[in-house]
Design a binder for this molecule. Structure first.
Ligand code: TEU
Ligand code: CA
Length: 556
């Protein structure tokens, strides 16, 4: 693996709508982000990924783009964007935008023209099919529920949408469409953008010709993943996109890749991969059920550990993975990966340590550095997210009570991560002077940046220590490039691994439970680098780990 400038960096995801509102309309915006750049710089962030801020009807919170060349007025103007790029550059930070090109919005000009003339030029930018003997062209289910086909009024034609019906899929088989996409990417890179996070990209290749797959629920439909497993050749599009765009600019790209085929891994993130890196979703998809969220079990500490190590083994020296504990599509990691009732500052720091010290590029999602938690939703009316609303209905249709359906949705809802950033303990957490678009988590009275900055033992200061270790000239090499070797891999509720170079060996060790446990140290301790406790109990070569204690030790 060739070394790259970004390997040693720290990345941070901003969900603009919920980060900081500068003008009191209850919606976060670009000026709000600019006002917090110093905060991010001080935290140690080098690369910032912005979830979409292009013009959008916000049916899927900006992942439905109606104009790729403009900023949605709710988020600001192009001048604001240029200012953000300039201010980031001054601070030696890179800005990534979200590249959403599997689909656009049904309010995009291309789609509007396609609806006027489905057989014309723009009709070919999308997938438009006739019905088959009164039946839909295929029995595929969309990610957000219901069939992927939506009727075009006044015709017997349908258009394809793997996500919401307001997100028509773009037809990548059409070279003209691909040219439009590359032109747009280069336009942004010319502006000085650092690169992109690339949305839902595996979906751009459909299994053609269109056909049905075995139904997997009572609705007679088949999940899109089944079709995707049968789609071959996505690499042709991705390689072309790389060569025509990113490569020329040495842009940084992080792919949102699910279900890649194992033999394709080097093509995706090897030295000349389609992307610089891609996210590890092994933990997030663990236990996912065909039936829906209501049927998905809670992950255990041992399974969490297994997922992380499985990814590390899979990646090896092929490339550099990006590690997350949460993003805007997932519940808060501390509420999910720590057992019920065991989510407190010490355990949050343990989880942070386990994740941050893995080999790869750490992406922090806004508020993760404060230990932000899931919110308690009282009813489905508290929820805005389309995916959560669908999953609620799926649970009810399967016979769950409203309480059971709410429980499942509360656990997994994407809105858990979308509540406003908690800057302080004031009424709207310092996020806005107006009415926030989504309810602020009531726990902002205790979990907030202002309070955590003032408390040396806070989760926030702990994140700063982890980041500082990654950047410490003495340890940088082993933290970034050291081989990861699991330690006592089969020990219940213990997550531990070595990070090793020829020069140095670190032992990262976390007690993933409240009860103490003893570990025999493999060699003597040279330095204690990170500890989420004020003390450490070592007797001879026996280390006694306290309630959720986490340590990073330099050993002989
Ligand atoms: O997510 C892609 C994705 O596969 C989702 O279906 C994800 O599994 C889902 O959010 C779980 O509820 C990306 C974006 O990250 C997401 O926010 C968008 O909604 C989606 O693409 C469509 O653009
Ligand atoms: Ca605003």
């Amino acid at each position: 693996m060739k070394k790259k400038w970004w390997h040693e960096k720290v990345a941070y995801q901003i969900y603009p709508k919920s980060f900081c509102d500068s003008n009191g309309d209850g919606i976060g915006d670009i000026q709000g982000i600019i006002s917090k750049l110093d905060y991010l710089k001080d935290l140690g962030v080098d690369i910032i990924w912005l979830s979409p801020i292009y013009c959008s009807p916000l049916a899927d919170q900006g992942y439905d783009i109606s104009d790729y060349y403009n900023i949605d007025p709710r988020f600001g103007t192009m001048e604001d964007m240029d200012q953000l790029l300039a201010e980031a550059k001054k601070r030696d930070m890179k800005i990534l935008m979200d590249l959403v090109v599997n689909h656009c919005s049904d309010e995009h000009e291309w789609f509007q023209k396609a609806m006027e003339d489905p057989d014309g030029k723009y009709g070919k930018y999308f997938y438009i099919e006739e019905s088959k003997d009164g039946k839909l062209p295929t029995n595929w289910r969309s990610y957000f529920g219901g069939p992927v086909w939506e009727k075009i009024p006044g015709t017997d034609k349908y258009y394809l949408h793997l996500f919401h019906k307001k997100q028509p899929d773009l037809n990548w088989e059409n070279p003209e469409l691909r040219e439009e996409v590359y032109k747009m990417i280069n336009w942004w890179l010319d502006k000085g953008l650092g690169g992109f996070r690339i949305d839902a990209i595996i979906n751009i290749k459909k299994a053609l010709p269109f056909r049905d797959y075995p139904a997997d629920r009572e609705d007679g439909l088949s999940r899109p993943q089944t079709m995707l497993a049968d789609a071959h050749g996505v690499g042709v599009f991705l390689g072309e996109m790389r060569d025509r765009t990113f490569k020329k600019y040495d842009a940084f790209t992080a792919g949102e890749v699910f279900n890649e085929k194992p033999e394709e891994l080097p093509d995706f993130i090897g030295d000349d991969g389609y992307f610089s890196t891609m996210f590890d979703f092994n933990e997030t998809i663990w236990g996912m059920s065909d039936k829906g969220w209501y049927d998905q079990p809670r992950i255990t500490p041992d399974d969490y550990k297994r997922c992380c190590f499985e990814t590390q083994r899979k990646i090896g020296e092929v490339g550099f993975i990006s590690n997350i504990i949460e993003n805007h599509d997932e519940p808060r990691g501390v509420s999910r990966y720590l057992p019920d009732g065991e989510c407190f500052d010490t355990s949050k720091k343990m989880l942070a340590t386990m994740n941050f010290m893995l080999k790869g590029l750490p992406f922090i999602y806004q508020g993760q550095e404060l230990g932000m938690e899931n919110i308690k939703f009282n009813s489905i009316d508290d929820i805005d997210d389309i995916s959560s609303k669908d999953e609620y209905q799926v649970a009810l249709d399967a016979g769950c009570s409203t309480e059971e359906a709410m429980k499942a949705v509360s656990m997994f809802s994407r809105d858990n991560a979308r509540t406003p950033f908690q800057w302080d303990d004031s009424e709207n957490a310092g996020f806005t002077t107006g009415t926030p678009w989504l309810k602020v988590n009531p726990n902002h009275t205790t979990i907030n940046l202002k309070a955590e900055q003032a408390d040396e033992n806070s989760v926030f200061h702990y994140y700063k220590k982890l980041i500082a270790l990654r950047k410490d000239p003495e340890y940088k090499d082993v933290v970034v490039y050291g081989e990861l070797i699991p330690f006592l891999e089969d020990r219940h509720n213990l997550m531990a691994y070595y990070r090793k170079t020829d020069e140095k060996t670190l032992l990262v060790i976390g007690n993933y439970q409240t009860a103490e446990q003893d570990v025999t140290l493999p060699s003597s301790v040279k330095n204690l680098l990170i500890n989420n406790y004020p003390d450490v109990k070592i007797n001879g070569n026996i280390l006694t780990l306290q309630n959720y204690q986490a340590l990073v030790l330099e050993i002989e």
